[in-house]
Design a protein around this ligand. Structure first.
Ligand code: DON
Length: 389
């Protein structure tokens, strides 16, 4: 039996007794959701999904869809086009605030409803059905399986979503969204109604955590730079007017949803997701926040936790008849390159005339700036230093 599942189960049991908060009541089908459901899933670099609780229960993704739709918009149009229409600043306001930038009408960021509607309008083209299909296909690639739409929740939100329609018309009046307002806002309602489980969400989170590559399927869904941009916006804006306290207490880029879902990322380590319908006054899952606080604290997932490894690449020195070989392993960041240069100076500064070979072939990852530093060092050694990657 794997050692991780019992650790996750213990965290779940600790928060189960907390029944504070209330289910969302402005979307009829969400108001009827069983409030006590509780689930939690984690996915690491090898793509194994560890999950506990009601981990097979499906729920609508709601606002947790927003980072993935932003990723699609950035993949299609690039930063300049997207961020000309929507900002990247935390609003400090509730997720459904009707507030746009004076003059330009730009929403504060893609995580609040106004910004998400704008982003949804950029992420796909065609009819509402065609746009919805494009978004559903993209979220399915992040999840690693074909996702479907809860038509009842969609109809419920389409019939009651007057505030979002008002936001969409305001955005249209400023030219933030183009074309038919109904097409854009119905597409947004449908993206929010995509059905997922906590297992799906954890894989989607892990795909962002691993630079756009789904660790279960191995597919590259979006470019690494796009994944980094999305995670950056989640870090500053993903929890709405709780985002500042969230980064202090939990320190994992995250996105919440009114169905009670919550997705968080430990970059290059884990994708995490929780599901518990009762929400706090910010519209974030009460138990979900408690689970992530415990996870961050107990499992060292806070993004600002010190990680020496990035400045300490693996270095092994092998002395042979033909000279010295310096084997590099792990990750070589710019900070680590300075350490390697120090080792090379010691080796080539010694009395021996033997050549030194730097073997970087086993490096898991090397930043271009780090390789430039090593190559510059080679040139100063007049041919005694060699490099293989
Ligand atoms: O547009 C809405 O209000 C919902 N479909 C999504 C809002 C949401 O999930 C806010 N996040 N906590």
């Amino acid at each position: 039996m794997d050692p991780i599942a019992p650790m996750l189960e213990a965290v779940l049991q600790e928060v189960r007794e907390d029944t504070s908060g209330a289910v969302a009541d402005y979307i009829p089908q969400l108001a009827a959701a069983p409030p006590d459901r509780l689930a939690f899933a984690v996915v690491g670099p090898r793509g194994h999904v560890f999950s506990v609780g009601d981990d097979e229960v499906a729920f609508t993704i709601q606002s947790v869809s927003k980072p993935f739709v932003l990723a699609l918009a950035l993949e299609r149009l690039g930063r300049d086009a997207v961020f000309a229409r929507v900002g990247v600043e935390p609003s400090g306001e509730p997720f459904n605030a009707i507030s746009l930038e004076a003059g330009t009408g730009r929403p504060a960021n893609p995580m609040v409803n106004a910004g998400a509607i704008a982003t949804s309008g950029l992420a796909a083209e065609g009819s509402a059905a065609e746009r919805s299909s494009t978004l559903r296909d993209t979220l399915s690639r992040f999840a690693g399986r074909s996702l479907s739409i809860d038509e009842e929740v969609y109809l419920g939100e389409s019939e009651t979503g007057h505030r979002n329609r008002a936001l969409a018309h305001l955005l249209r009046s400023h030219g933030i969204i183009d074309g038919d307002v109904t097409t854009v806002v119905e597409t947004y309602f449908r993206q929010c109604s995509i059905l997922v489980t906590v297992r799906d969400l954890s894989v989607m989170a892990a795909t962002l955590a691993f630079g756009g590559v789904n660790p279960v399927t191995g597919e590259r869904v979006v470019r690494e730079a796009v994944a980094r941009d999305v995670v950056s916006v989640m870090a500053s804006c993903g929890m709405y007017d709780y985002s500042g306290e969230w980064m202090l207490r939990v320190g994992m880029p995250a996105k919440s949803g009114v169905s009670g879902d919550l997705m968080a990322i430990a970059p290059s380590q884990f994708g995490v997701a929780t599901f518990s319908p009762r929400l706090d006054r910010h519209g974030n899952s009460v138990r979900g926040i408690r689970v992530l606080e415990r996870l961050s604290e107990e499992f060292g997932m806070h993004v600002f936790e010190p990680h020496e490894s990035i400045a300490e690449p693996g270095i092994r020195i092998e002395r042979t008849d033909g000279g010295v070989i310096v084997h590099l392993g792990g990750e070589l960041a710019f900070s680590g390159a300075a350490r390697v240069v120090g080792v090379l100076r010691d080796l080539t500064g010694a009395d021996s005339e033997s050549d030194v070979l730097v073997d970087a072939s086993a490096l898991a990852r090397a930043h271009p700036a780090a390789l430039s530093v090593l190559r510059a060092q080679l040139e100063t050694e007049g041919g005694r230093l060699h490099f293989t990657q």
